[in-house]
Design a protein around this ligand. Structure first.
Ligand SMILES: Cc1cc2nc3c(=O)[nH]c(=O)nc-3n(C[C@H](O)[C@H](O)[C@H](O)COP(=O)(O)OP(=O)(O)OC[C@H]3O[C@@H](n4cnc5c(N)ncnc54)[C@H](O)[C@@H]3O)c2cc1C
Length: 399
C-alpha cells in the first residue's frame, strides 16, 4: 500500500473498543499509517459484563491481559429466577474478567505503541466520500483516509451514514456494578451465575470482579422499563438489594442474522458490534469484535477489494458461529421457558452439553461443530416476542 502524505491516512479507525483498538494495532504493526478517533475521553466506561471468553486470547496472539484482568470464571452456577440452582465446573478458565474501561484502554495503548495515532474525546460528526477517499469531520477539523474501519459499536452512526444497512436485530442489556459485601465476593470467586427463565428470551448474570460484582440482564428490545425492574428483582434474589451501586447503564446489542446483511462497502468496513457480530446464545461480542478486527486489517492490507475480501472472511469464519449460536439459543431458551423443570433437570444431568459449551468458550471447539454433532430434530418456533427484524424497539437509555 502506498503511504499517504499527511493529513491523508492509510486508515481511520472509528471507536476504541476491542474491535477498533485491535484493528488499529494490526494495521500499525504492518506499517499502515492509522488514526483512531474515539468519541469519549479514555478510559471510558462501557456497559458490559466484561467476560472475555478464553478463546479471545488466541485471537489476540496469546496476549497477556493479566495487567487488566480482575479474575476468571471456571464455574457456571445456573438458576431459574434464583431457584433450582446447580453448578458445573470446567477444568480450565472459561473466561477472564475485566472492567472494560481498563481493558479497552490497555488494547488501545498497545495500538499506540505499535504506531497508531489516537485522538480521544473526538467524535466523528460526518463522513463524505470523495475521489476514492473518505473525509471524516470531527470538532477539531476534517481528516482523510483511504480506508475506514467503523468500530463504533451498536449505536454508532457510521453504518447509517455510509448506507450500509446492517444488523437490524437487537436486544436490550442492562448492567449494574455493585460493591458487594465480602461474603458475596467470596461466594462468586471463580464463578458466574446465569439466571434463566426470562420471557421471551434472555438471562441474568453475575460476573466476579476485583472488589465488586457485575450484575446484568439481557432481554428482548422495547423492554427498557421491565429490564430495570427485572434487574432490581434479580439483585434482591442475590441478596444484593442494599449493596452500593457504583454504576448503572443500559446498552443495546445487535445481531447479524445472515450472510446477506452487509458489513462493508468499497473501502469502508464495519467491525464488531457495528456489524452486529454478537451471538444470540450468550449475547457476548468481545471475541467476535477482535476476530472481525483481525479479518478487517488483513483485508485492508492484502486486498484491492477490501469490502469483498472482508465480507467473504466474515461470512466464512464468523457467520457460521452466529448462525449456530442462534439455533442453540432458540432451542435452549424455548425449552427453559416452555418446560422449565424438565429443561433445568436435563441441563443439570447431561454433562455432555456442559463439556461442549466449555469447549466452545475455551476455543477448543465451535458452536457450529458442536451443533453438527447433534441432529437437531426439533426445530422450535421463534417464541412469541423473540427478537426479530420487525422488533426495533429502542434500547434502555444510558443513565
Ligand atoms: C450490558 C452488556 C453486557 C455485555 N457483556 C458481555 C460480556 O460479558 N462478554 C462479551 O464478550 N460481550 C459482552 N457484551 C457485548 C460487548 O460489550 C460488545 O460486543 C463489545 O463491546 C463490542 O466491541 P466493539 O469494539 O465492537 O464496540 P464498543 O466496545 O461498543 O466500542 C465502540 C466505541 O466506539 C465509540 N464511538 C461511538 N460513536 C462514535 C463516533 N461517532 N465517533 C468516534 N467514536 C465513536 C464509542 O465511544 C466506543 O468507545 C455485553 C454488552 C452489553 C450491552
Amino acid at each position: 500500500m502506498e503511504p499517504y502524505a499527511e493529513p491523508m491516512w492509510d486508515a481511520i479507525v472509528i471507536g476504541a473498543g476491542p474491535a477498533g483498538a485491535t484493528a488499529a494495532r494490526r494495521l500499525s504493526d504492518a506499517g499502515a499509517s492509522t488514526l483512531i478517533l474515539e468519541k469519549q475521553p479514555l478510559p471510558r466506561y462501557k456497559a458490559c459484563g466484561g467476560g472475555v471468553p478464553a478463546r479471545t486470547l488466541e485471537l489476540l496472539d496469546g496476549l497477556d491481559i493479566s495487567p487488566v484482568s480482575e479474575g476468571y470464571v471456571e464455574t457456571i452456577d445456573v438458576s431459574r429466577f434464583g431457584r433450582h440452582q446447580f453448578r458445573k465446573t470446567s477444568e480450565r478458565p472459561l473466561a477472564w474478567m475485566v472492567m472494560r474501561d481498563r481493558f479497552d484502554q490497555f488494547l488501545t495503548e498497545l495500538a499506540v505503541e505499535s504506531g497508531a495515532n489516537l485522538r480521544d474525546a473526538t467524535p466523528v460528526q460526518s463522513i463524505a466520500e470523495q475521489d476514492g477517499c473518505y473525509e471524516v469531520e470531527t470538532p477539531t477539523g476534517s481528516v482523510g483516509a483511504r480506508h475506514l474501519l467503523a468500530a463504533d459499536g451498536a449505536t454508532g452512526p457510521t453504518a447509517r451514514w455510509l448506507n450500509i444497512a446492517s444488523a437490524p436485530t437487537r436486544s436490550a442489556a442492562y448492567e449494574v456494578e455493585v460493591a458487594a459485601p465480602s461474603a458475596a465476593l467470596e461466594h462468586w470467586h471463580g464463578a458466574a451465575n446465569v439466571d434463566v427463565g426470562y420471557r421471551p428470551w434472555g438471562y441474568g448474570w453475575v460476573f466476579p470482579k476485583a472488589g465488586k460484582l457485575s450484575v446484568g440482564v439481557v432481554t428482548s428490545p422495547g423492554r427498557g422499563r421491565s429490564i430495570r425492574k427485572q434487574t432490581d428483582r434479580y439483585l434482591s434474589r442475590l441478596g444484593l438489594a442494599d449493596a452500593d451501586v457504583l454504576k448503572v447503564q443500559g446498552h443495546p446489542i445487535r445481531y447479524r442474522r445472515s450472510s446477506g446483511e452487509p458489513v462493508a462497502s468499497e473501502r469502508a468496513l464495519l467491525l464488531g458490534d457495528a456489524a452486529g457480530l454478537a451471538d444470540e446464545f450468550t449475547a457476548e461480542g468481545i471475541a467476535y469484535a477482535v476476530h472481525s478486527a483481525n479479518l478487517a486489517a488483513e483485508a485492508v492490507l492484502t486486498s484491492d477489494n477490501p469490502a469483498s475480501a472482508y465480507t467473504q472472511s466474515v461470512n466464512r469464519q464468523i457467520q457460521p458461529e452466529l448462525d449456530a449460536a442462534r439455533t442453540i439459543s432458540r432451542l435452549y431458551y424455548w425449552c427453559v421457558t416452555t418446560w422449565p423443570w424438565l429443561a433445568l433437570k436435563t441441563s443439570k444431568h447431561v454433562n455432555y452439553l456442559w463439556r461442549a459449551f466449555f469447549r466452545v468458550m475455551r476455543g477448543d471447539s465451535t458452536y457450529a461443530d458442536e451443533l453438527a454433532r447433534v441432529p437437531v430434530i426439533l426445530s422450535p418456533p421463534a417464541p412469541r416476542g423473540e427478537m426479530s427484524r420487525s422488533d426495533r424497539g429502542g434500547p434502555p437509555a444510558a443513565d
